[in-house]
Write a protein that binds this ligand. Structure first.
Ligand code: NOJ
Length: 742
């Protein structure tokens, strides 16, 4: 190297060290100093775009003017690069040119629709779930979006609640693992990559415990239950680096979550050190007036900002009141600065200050929304989500040599129903981009198999006039496949149901078809656990297909014919009756436990109902069978800071290769707070060829044995613990115990 170049290199190194790149925090502070109070408050406002009602760009003048004045921080429901770009251009006309954030409910896919989250949770396949979120992020970020209001990580134990479809079910451990995977999937390797979205864990907190399963309802629960069951998935999301949290509509023990300081400031931003920002739910700041917790919008804004809510989704309480609150010395401007700092930091991290249009490349949008690889991944995810509930005499898988198959039911030919509740009509794309169940079957069978169709009845209503044709069709077939269930929008936001049996006359249709004596396979399509005892008791083969998304038809056909061997297991208990709700596996034993249906007298049971659910948490069959053997523990005692290894051998004893989800449950026999009869503490999904054996190992440490004691301390108490390895929460195959020493 010449002297001159040595000089240049050392000068460069020197200049880098004396003029270091400004950190994001420094940039945020510098920008904050330039902002007027009005501009600061502007960052805390999020408005809805108008696409739902009007389609193509309609510019609301008031909104446009506010954006140009720097009075809006974010828009939601704005679809497509062209439209996003047009709003962003307006933001670039504002004094400080602060770019907008664009949020959207990208819940289970964007253009390529994936199975609803509850269905994906049934896969217990964390890498597949992460990949599903990744694909959604790739598509949405190519289409202008940089923020998804997902994942919903609310634990839900009441299938009457319509939003049970949007979460990962009833269990805090499984829910936490899935929350972590989804956040990683949406956000990708690093916020700031052009295909990563900010994730938003919602709804903070305890929204899933709405009394009676009625959406938006109050929640009343002990602090212990909150910490042990409802908060862990949020903590997992924070640990995964989630950028934002949405608070919730419900009140928690009388304090609306949106104005709840304990939740947002003390736990989330305090104890957990969350450094992203909190957005309200739609209008939830203003709704605190309806709750009866504040008098007017002025007080609502005061309550929300004090409690730690940084952004106002659509209530306009912040816009209209924050400045006055500062003038009246009700709040210090530092509260506003803190909120704005959090929001601006994310805008910097997303790279929006470097290029406000970085998510608005129309060529990239076109390519990402037409990538055939995404459909393949959606098909695999859908296969993994289908739960085989019953398979008497190995009716499934069906032979590809069958001469005639009758495919009957109101859901056979529908397209859009397969998409489930949170579908997105992406502009300028083909909205029939869905494989119907009929199409899937046609794609699967060869020329020599005849497919017959009859609708039988509608999803709802009393009309049985189609039964006769359905019965005639069934009589001509070797096998009947019946596709029944809910309408896709019977579960979802504001879709609570008091009666969760099959709507309309569908059960009567099943009875009429069963009377033909033909072998029948039922596909149940729904966003929640339904009650279908007649089908459980009488129909030989049942697949729970939830809503599987764009590739539903192909995935269902793959499972019906054994090209995919079902492996999913229920992430939520299926009750036998609404009267059993809430029903979940990790209940306490009580002083008078009912251990079987013959012994219910003076027991913790109903006199008129079985103690058992229809199907338990963790349940799901396969076309093959698995044997569990050779439970080994590395020790019978454990020191508090030690570990115990647990292993077992799992053998595929059937004819088909498959995947088994091996579940580890633990019971703390005696606790200063009563402990559940069992709690999921780990699981592993393994692939086994026919005849193959594999050893699975788990490691038990203090963390897996801990709980919140009366003082809300996270402790493991010495004493005896049961260790159970099973194929479901009720199908425990291997059991042992150990002692935790003092
Ligand atoms: C209300 C829902 O509760 C929330 O989950 C959703 O993200 C917002 N609406 C925005 O659509």
């Amino acid at each position: 190297m010449s002297k001159k170049s040595v000089f240049i290199v050392s000068f460069l190194t020197f200049s880098v060290s004396i003029f270091p790149q400004k950190s994001i925090d420094q940039k945020v502070d510098a920008l904050l100093k330039k902002m007027t109070i009005e501009e600061k408050i502007g960052q805390m406002n999020q408005y809805n775009d108008d696409w739902t009602s009007t389609g193509p760009v309609t510019v609301d003048n008031e909104k446009a003017a506010q954006i140009r004045n720097g009075q809006v921080g974010s828009l939601l429901n704005c679809l497509g690069t062209a439209r996003v770009r047009s709003w962003q251009k307006m933001a670039m006309q504002s004094r400080l040119k602060i770019p907008l954030l664009f949020g959207q409910d990208v819940i289970h896919g964007f253009k390529t629709t994936f199975p609803i989250p509850l269905a994906e949770a049934a896969s217990w396949d964390l890498s597949a779930i992460e990949l599903s979120a990744r694909i959604a992020a790739i598509e949405a970020s190519a289409s202008g979006i940089n923020w998804t209001f997902a994942p919903m990580v609310d634990i839900a134990r009441d299938p009457r609640w319509g939003r049970v479809m949007e979460g990962a079910g009833e269990d805090p451990y499984l829910g936490s693992r899935i929350a972590y995977a989804r956040v990683k999937g949406f956000q990708g390797e690093k916020l700031g990559s052009v295909n990563s979205l900010m994730a938003c864990a919602k709804h903070f907190a305890a929204y899933g415990a709405a009394i009676g399963g009625r959406d938006y309802n109050s929640v009343d629960m002990s602090n212990r239950l909150l910490w042990e069951v409802y908060l862990p998935p949020f903590k997992a999301a924070v640990d995964a680096g989630v950028s934002t949290i949405m608070n919730s509509f419900n009140d928690l023990n009388g304090v609306p979550a949106t104005g709840n300081k304990y939740l947002q400031r003390d736990i989330l931003k305090g104890k957990w050190g969350f450094d992203g920002f909190v957005v309200s739910d739609w209008g939830s700041i203003g709704e605190m007036i309806n709750h009866g917790n504040v008098k007017d919008e002025y007080e609502a804004a005061l309550s929300a900002i004090t409690a730690g809510c940084d952004m106002d989704m659509e209530s306009r309480c912040y816009k209209n009141n924050l400045e006055q609150l500062v003038k009246d010395k009700k709040i210090d401007v530092s509260l506003i600065d803190d909120a704005v700092r959090r929001i601006l930091r994310k805008k910097f991290e997303l790279g929006l200050f470097d290029d406000p249009y970085r998510f608005c490349n129309a060529d990239r949008e076109k390519a990402a929304l037409n990538d055939p690889e995404h459909s393949k991944i959606a098909r695999q995810m859908a296969e993994k989500s289908i739960v085989l509930l019953k398979n008497e005499n190995q009716l499934l898988p069906l032979s590809k040599e069958l001469k005639t198959i009758a495919f009957i039911g109101p859901l056979v030919k529908s397209l859009k129903q397969n998409k489930g509740f949170w579908d997105i009509d992406v502009p300028n794309t083909d909205s029939t981009f869905i494989v119907s169940q009929w199409q899937g079957l046609q794609n699967k069978v060869g020329q020599s198999t005849k497919l017959l169709y009859a609708k039988g009845c509608e999803i709802e209503g009393n009309d049985q006039s189609g039964f006769a044709k359905a019965v005639e069709t069934a009589k001509q077939a070797d096998v009947v496949i019946l596709s029944i269930g809910e309408r896709r929008d019977m579960s979802g936001e504001a879709k609570s149901r008091s009666n969760i049996t099959l709507p309309g006359v569908q059960e009567e249709l099943v009875r009429a078809i069963m009377a033909t004596g033909k072998p029948v396979v039922v596909l149940i399509n729904a966003g929640r656990p339904l009650v279908f005892n007649y089908i459980t008791d009488s129909v030989p083969a049942i697949l729970y297909t939830w809503w599987l998304g764009s590739e539903a038809g192909n995935a269902i056909a793959d499972v019906l014919f054994g090209d995919y061997n079902p492996s999913a297991k229920l992430p939520i208990t299926f009750p036998r009756s609404v009267g059993q709700i809430p029903i979940y596996y990790s209940h306490f034993n009580t002083g008078r436990p009912a251990t079987n249906d013959e012994d219910r007298n003076y027991r913790s049971a109903y006199t008129d109902l079985s103690i058992y659910p229809n199907y338990e948490f963790g349940y799901g069959l396969s076309y093959t069978t698995y044997q569990y053997s050779d439970l080994k523990m590395t020790a019978k005692t454990m020191n508090v800071n030690g570990k115990i290894g647990v292993s077992a051998i799992i053998t595929n004893t059937g004819k088909y290769a498959g995947e088994e989800i091996v579940q580890l449950y633990i019971r703390d026999k005696v606790g200063s707070i009563v402990r559940p009869v069992k709690e999921l503490k780990d699981f592993i999904k393994i692939h086994l060829n026919a005849g193959e054996s594999k050893t699975v190992t788990f490691s038990i440490d203090k963390e897996k044995l801990s709980f919140y004691n009366q003082r809300l301390e996270w402790v493991a108490e010495p004493g005896e613990f049961d260790v159970m390895i099973g194929a479901s929460s009720a199908d425990i195959r291997l059991k042992d115990s150990f002692e935790l020493l003092n």
